[in-house]
Design a protein around this ligand. Structure first.
Ligand code: NAD
Length: 393
């Protein structure tokens, strides 16, 4: 089958196995070229391991530190006529490279919110891995089925308190327009916290702890985004921000429970904005990211997922020379280059100026689009997109 991109709004419904494999290869190479010092994680569980920040976490753990990795994802396999989801192809490519290096890598394609997923993961750890010393929580999902009541909760991306009008970019047409978002109801806020807050992270850590599969002084981290004034009305101070605040509560609760046993720490890690399947669904973010990329690339401070996670592990969580530097809420920060005053002021200026007519010249919309296509394995240099490939991967 010859596979071409088919974009529907903020999602591409096809993906390319060879392009996805090349993306994984590029990240592996980046990690192998770093001179990582000190001891890192050896037995890692990654929840949300197949794309974005979770995939980068798996690659740094395996190819940076030689760790065994167990991943959980929710992805679609391919058929003779239909391509798999990008995360599925990424994972096939990751597993092949890990095996070639003699590294254990197992992936479970399951709903991570379910009790069955927790039971299957524990079984796999007991069978193959010994004890887990790092748990990365990198799920991004629009809905969650409560494992006890069976009720399905959907998250919403809305402001809290009052309506917000903001510029937004239609990434299909390149049109910049104003978007007004009405405030969320309390029920919608609560549902978003239920999906993207810390409850499931805590349930995972409780289950792993109670099963006795955590190593003494195990670490766990969940990922968040904070941003600044430009994105606060739709992210930081909005429904998703409320859910992310709940991660801080969960981190304290998890640390408390680990400390009462064999030790261990839960930390929220703050990462920069970048193009992933999750962020392209958030109104306003594509315009913000296009402007941010322009400014950070000009400054030479632009980073992708692999650079961010490399710094998170090598410079913060496993730095042999010092403990991680924490903010006033106990979070690890690798987003500070984005939040730099000079960067934000410049983005703010461009934000005032940007229109449909000038978006291509004053922002890095081209870079945004290229990254978006690359998420699905398209536009990767060196890949022959006219070649016949097997969509089953
Ligand atoms: P992503 O969409 O690339 O990855 C989501 C992962 O979760 C995938 O591996 C997917 O298979 C998995 N997943 C989703 N639902 C699942 C389910 N029910 N069961 C099992 N697996 C499931 O997202 P991302 O952007 O890498 O986001 C990961 C985390 O990083 C999120 O917490 C997000 O808020 C955070 N973050 C993202 C950004 C950004 O700009 N993209 C910035 C800072 C923090």
């Amino acid at each position: 089958m010859i596979i071409k991109p088919k974009v529907r709004g903020f999602i591409c419904t096809t993906s390319h196995p060879v392009g996805c494999a090349a993306n994984v290869e590029e990240q592996v190479k980046f990690v192998e070229q770093q001179n990582i010092r000190g001891n890192g994680p050896q037995n890692v569980l990654i929840l949300g391991c197949s794309t974005g920040y979770g995939l980068a976490s798996r690659i740094v753990s395996a190819f940076g530190y030689g760790a065994k990795t167990l991943g959980v994802m929710f992805e679609k396999p391919g058929t003779e006529k239909r391509t798999a989801s990008a995360g599925y192809y990424n994972t096939l490519a990751f597993e092949e490279r890990a095996r070639n290096k003699g590294l254990y890598a197992k992936t479970l394609n399951l709903d991570a919110f379910s009790q069955e997923a927790k039971a299957e993961v524990i079984e796999a750890i007991q069978a193959d891995m010994g004890k887990i010393d790092l748990v990365v929580y990198s799920l991004a999902s629009p809905r969650r089925k409560d494992p006890v009541t069976g009720e399905v909760y959907s998250s919403v991306l809305k402001p809290v308190g009052e309506a917000v009008t903001r510029k937004t970019l239609n990434t299909d047409s390149g049109e910049v327009s104003e978007l007004t978002l009405e405030p969320a109801s309390q029920e919608e806020i609560d549902a978003t916290i239920k999906v993207m807050g810390g409850e499931d992270w805590e349930l995972w850590m409780d289950a792993l702890d109670q099963a006795g599969v955590l190593a003494p002084n195990a670490k766990t981290t969940a990922y968040t985004y904070i941003g600044k004034e430009l994105t606060w009305p739709i992210y930081g101070h909005a429904t998703i921000g409320k859910a992310k605040e709940d991660l801080d509560r969960a981190a304290q609760a998890i640390t408390g429970k680990l400390q009462a046993g064999q030790g261990g720490k839960a930390r929220v890690s703050v990462l920069k904005a970048l193009v992933t399947q999750a962020s392209s669904a958030i109104p306003v973010m594509p315009l913000y990211i296009s402007l941010l990329y322009r400014v950070m690339k000009e400054q030479g401070t632009h980073e992708g997922a692999i650079e961010q996670i490399y710094r998170l592990l090598a410079e913060e969580l496993y730095n042999p020379d010092r403990d991680p530097i924490l903010d006033e809420s106990g979070r690890v920060r690798v987003d500070l280059k984005e939040l730099d005053d000079e960067v934000q002021t410049r983005v703010e200026q461009l934000w005032q100026e940007v229109t449909t007519e000038n978006v291509k010249s004053i922002s890095d919309f081209a870079g945004y689009q290229a990254d978006f296509f690359r998420l699905f394995g398209f536009g990767v240099p060196g890949v022959d997109y006219e070649a016949d490939v097997d969509p089953r991967g």
